[in-house]
Design a protein around this ligand. Sequence first.
Ligand SMILES: Cc1cc2nc3c(=O)[nH]c(=O)nc-3n(C[C@H](O)[C@H](O)[C@H](O)COP(=O)(O)OP(=O)(O)OC[C@H]3O[C@@H](n4cnc5c(N)ncnc54)[C@H](O)[C@@H]3O)c2cc1C
Length: 495
Amino acid sequence: MTLKLAVVGGGVSGLAAAHRALELGRAAGRPVAVSLFEARARLGGAVGTERRDGYLVEMGADMFVTDKPWALSLCERLGLGGRLVGANAAYRRSLVLRAGKPLPVPEGFMLMAPARLGRVLASPILSLRGKLRILCEPFVPARHDDDDESLGAFARRRLGKEALERLVEPLVAGIYTGDPEHLSLRATLPRFLAMEREHGSLWRGQRRALGRGRAEEGASGARYGLFVSFPDGMAELLDALETRLRAGGVALELGTSVLGLERTAAGFALTRRRPARPRPGRAAWTEPPPSDGETVRELFDAVVVALPAPRGAALLAAASPALAAALGSIEHASSAIVVSGYRRADVRHPLDAFGLVVPAAEGRQIFSVSFASRKFPGRAPEGHVLLRSFVGGLRHGELLRRSDEALCALVRRELAALLGVGGRPDFELVARHERAMPQYDVGHLGRVAAIERLLAAEPALAVATNALHGVGVPDCVHAGERAAEHVWARATAPS
Ligand SMILES: Cc1cc2nc3c(=O)[nH]c(=O)nc-3n(C[C@H](O)[C@H](O)[C@H](O)COP(=O)(O)OP(=O)(O)OC[C@H]3O[C@@H](n4cnc5c(N)ncnc54)[C@H](O)[C@@H]3O)c2cc1C
């Protein structure tokens, strides 16, 4: 019998779920009828690439890491393995703002692990007192209890308050748009906990990683050697998935908001709103107004809810109040990226890094700027540069109430002050990501375990979201694939 599966949400998680369902059906020689419902007129969710005046603009994620295998494996199955490009080796370092000036993060300092104490001593980022405190790191006794320590508490304990405020906080905020005092170390960056356990010190752990070739000589900030994208941007992954899904007969229903989910004797009834008119172009980034279109109710054997947790919680409120409450308890941050293109001659700073992170202590209105045209080739025309400035996050969520024009003006002022950017930008685009970044706060792993217990008891329902086991693109691919495998296993189990 054909399995009738609905996937709600057409971001990376939903696309990976639909793709895996096709693979499973094909491998088992059993038909599967997949419908994917996406509220916007475009697929990709927080991932999307646009072309503007010769620039290639990433509106959300601009790369993925290769040490988590799931996105890489998907690319290979889609025939994209040969299209992957690594991040430019010439600029694999970060800058951090200190007293209004961009300074290089000391060579070998990776998020919170210093490999070269000499470089930390030579850097003007920390005061003498801050440097002396970091020198003590190898002698700070390791903790071996099972407490869920916050990332901030861990960094303060091992490296001192100043290193936390001046290096760790801005580097981590650049990834999670969150507050290290609330984020759980175990749930976000467990490798540093493992370093402390295994080597007794972050410095020793990072030195060993260098010795074993697991860390990169000369780099600083993040593990840039693991970053990959495509010559034509992340859209290559979305396009390949869309082509594969259409070829496999998946019904891709764009501009279609799912409004409700009810249990039935044999599965779920899904209510959705089909829009009256398709909305092409930039409007594809926004959802159609809820009043648009006709309402349709349809029965499915199984459902994968592939939405950000707050949206998933709202959809599941009637079908599973306990699951909805648990998903709804995970806090999310909102942010916006203002992407702007400039003539190289209009930027005083050499942009000799992948980007600039800004500590909260600096009191600025942006929390990071990515020098996008330094990371991957083909992002800006010759003689021009592409900058992506991040606004909002937990630190300044209120700024997102401002209009696009006001956000662009704010970013122009910040870029002028911090990087000497003058002249008129070739273009500016604002990408808003409302409640898109889950906060893995202290206690997160307990919340995830409770959600997993509830989901284990659901044979025909699965959740694929960045709010549980990882926020990155590879994590979302994994979440989508696991969700498809869950409903498939239950649907095909002998009764
Ligand atoms: C600004 C930003 C930058 C990032 N940068 C990186 C990066 O460089 N590298 C990396 O690995 N990760 C990055 N991430 C993380 C990663 O991109 C996201 O975690 C991932 O793309 C989320 O995918 P998703 O499918 O789970 O959710 P989403 O992408 O949010 O997709 C959910 C989809 O569901 C749709 N939807 C919502 N409600 C409904 C409904 N009722 N009915 C139908 N459809 C609905 C939405 O329109 C959306 O398309 C970044 C995230 C953000 C926000």
